[in-house]
Design a protein around this ligand. Structure first.
Ligand SMILES: [Zn+2]
Length: 212
């Protein structure tokens, strides 16, 4: 039973694939964003600390995220999908040392060219009413400007998805993920998945790779 470290750029389809894998293969999804929000909601000592940091507009430090991961996973009995962590080499090493220990793990990377990611992200529109996501090229709403799911006409081009912001975000991603991929490659536990295929094909390849 291997623990899965799930890696992929914004726009690579990582969020969708994580949901499908959890539904089909029974992984426990460890999304660091969700863990942080849940801890804040619990109003635990750690949660209050996190709340304070977020309210000050600061980033939650690695020590806190690692602590959260540790208290939320029991590696002896379950298989986890680590999503959102690590984002850089220091975090990858800390995850191995402090959380995974000697447990067998595999890092799965949804591999996609940066220019394809750029094109996907700048064409993304988000429904301001129900959160549905569209791509004007690949999955446009049936009626232009109207949400298929809720019928709302509030399709937004988020600032995060505008060309300059996307280019910057992807450049940062590439610079930080490259050493992470090299690290797992050297350990012999990196698996690359061709994320330019459609959603179903990617899922099939993921399942083959993970044996589930
Ligand atoms: Zn909608």
């Amino acid at each position: 039973m291997k623990q899965v470290i799930f890696l992929g750029a914004p726009g690579s389809g990582k969020g969708t694939q994580a949901k499908l894998l959890v539904a089909d293969c029974g992984f426990n999804h460890l999304s660091t964003g969700d863990l942080l929000r849940a801890e804040v909601a619990k109003e635990s000592e750690l949660g209050l600390k996190v709340k304070n940091i977020m309210e000050n507009g600061e980033l939650v430090g690695d020590d806190i995220v690692l602590e959260l991961l540790k208290i939320n996973c029991d590696l002896t009995g379950s298989q986890y999908l680590f999503d959102g962590f690590p984002r850089n080499l220091a975090q990858a090493k800390a995850l191995d040392e402090l959380v995974l220990g000697g447990t067998e793990s595999v890092a799965v990377y949804l591999d996609l060219d940066l220019d394809v990611l750029l094109e996907r992200l700048v064409n993304r529109r988000t429904c301001g009413d129900c959160g549905a996501i569209y791509n004007l090229v690949h999955s446009a709403p049936k009626v232009a400007g109207t949400c298929d799911k809720c019928g709302g006409s509030n399709l937004l081009h988020r600032d995060d998805d505008k060309a300059l912001a996307v280019s910057k975000r992807l450049a940062v991603f590439k610079n930080t993920i490259t050493p992470v991929l090299e690290y797992y490659e050297q350990k012999g536990n990196l698996r690359r998945i061709d994320a330019s295929q459609n959603m179903d094909q990617v899922l099939v390849q993921m399942k083959e790779t993970l044996g589930c």
